[in-house]
Every structure is written in C-alpha cells, then in structure tokens.
Design a protein around this ligand. Structure first.
Ligand SMILES: [Zn+2]
Length: 207
C-alpha cells in the first residue's frame, strides 16, 4: 500500500488521542483512493461499552454511511492488529484490505490479552479474500512496541527484578513492559517517549 507508513502514523495519533480521552490506545482509519474517509478511536471506557474498539467503531460508522461496493474499495488502517471481534466485523462489512501496526502477538506479550489470533487466520476462514498487510512501523512509532517490541522476540526468560540499574514498575502490565525490554538499558528505555507514554496509559487505566 502506498503511504502505508503515513496512514499508520495517523492511526497512532488517533490511538494517542484515545488515551487522552481516557480510553485504550487504539485508533483506526478508512482509506479510499488515497483519501481518509473516516476515523475512529477506542471508546470502551467513555461509552461504557466493551465492544467499542476502534475498528468496530469505524466499521459501524462505515457500514451506516457507505454502500458495500464503496467499502470493497477501502483499506482499514489500524494501530494494532484487529481482535477476533473486529476481524469479524471487518469481514462482514465488505472492506477488502487491512493494514495494521502492532501485531497481536506483540500486544499479547506486552499487555496480555485474549483472542490474539492473527487476523489473517480469521479472515482465511471466510469465503471473501481480505488482504492483510502488517506489521507496519514495527520498529518506529508504534505506541506499545517501539523500542519494546523488538526486544520481545529476544526475550527468553524473566529478568530478576532490581538486579540492575532500575527496578520494575508495579503492576502486572508495568512488569510486562519491564521484562519485555530485557537486554536494553533501563535508563535508555525510560528516555523513550513510547515507554513514558505506555506508563502514562497504565497509570490512567488504573492497571
Ligand atoms: Zn477489536
């Protein structure tokens, strides 16, 4: 996809906007003919509805506003790989292509979670083909995994808390982030805006 990284940066910006609104860090947008025709963010907390993931919010708007023929020419760009629920909604909407940033596997290792099956595997169960591209910006600006994600693949065993230059933060998700960066300098890690942003999200979420 042309300009995939540019769209992904916009999706990441939406994810940050979601956090600023008190929700989870996920954003998505719909692109057709090189133009962004819709955007959506996660609104789980503010709507008090656990189904209001960014992709589901986007698909819901899209299916109300656009015909299936229009959606068949659209690409959904999302900051994180769609969960099983959202993948189902994308399939039923008629959208033909998905571009994701952070993979479900990376998210699962950082934050835990359920239904972390790759969306490509879910789409493969359907009769209509959907093109999946991702991860995009794996090592750059993804809120969750920049400077954290690459280390995940190398993680082989938990690091002993407090054995080095900094102790792990409190809380399971914070500890996951800490352990995820094994092999990196904690000082260096803590200087990254992504790590500060992740901790900010954890703090705001009360996790
Ligand atoms: Zn979802």
């Amino acid at each position: 996809m042309e300009n995939a990284e540019r769209y992904m940066r916009q999706a990441i910006g939406l994810a940050q906007q979601a956090v600023a609104n008190g929700n989870h860090p996920f954003g998505a947008l719909l692109v057709r003919d090189g133009k962004v025709v819709l955007t959506a963010v996660n609104t789980v907390h503010t709507d008090h509805d656990i189904t209001h993931h960014a992709e589901l919010n986007l698909v819901s708007q899209a299916s109300q506003q656009f015909a299936p023929e229009f959606l068949a020419e659209c690409t959904l760009v999302t900051s994180t790989e769609p969960c099983a629920m959202c993948a189902g909604a994308i399939y039923w909407s008629g959208i033909s292509r998905v571009v994701f940033g952070c993979s479900a596997a990376a998210l699962g290792q950082i934050a835990g979670g359920d239904f972390l099956q790759p969306c490509k595997e879910i789409f493969a169960q359907g009769r209509r083909p959907i093109t999946v591209i991702g991860p995009v910006l794996e090592d750059e600006e993804r809120p969750f995994t920049n400077n954290i994600g690459p280390s995940l693949a190398k993680k082989t065993s938990p690091e002993t808390p407090g054995n080095g230059r900094c102790a792990p933060p409190r809380g399971s998700l914070q500890s996951a982030a800490y352990f995820a960066v094994k092999g990196r300098s904690c000082d260096r890690l803590r200087k990254t805006p992504q790590y500060r942003w992740l901790l900010s999200f954890i703090h705001q979420s009360g996790l």
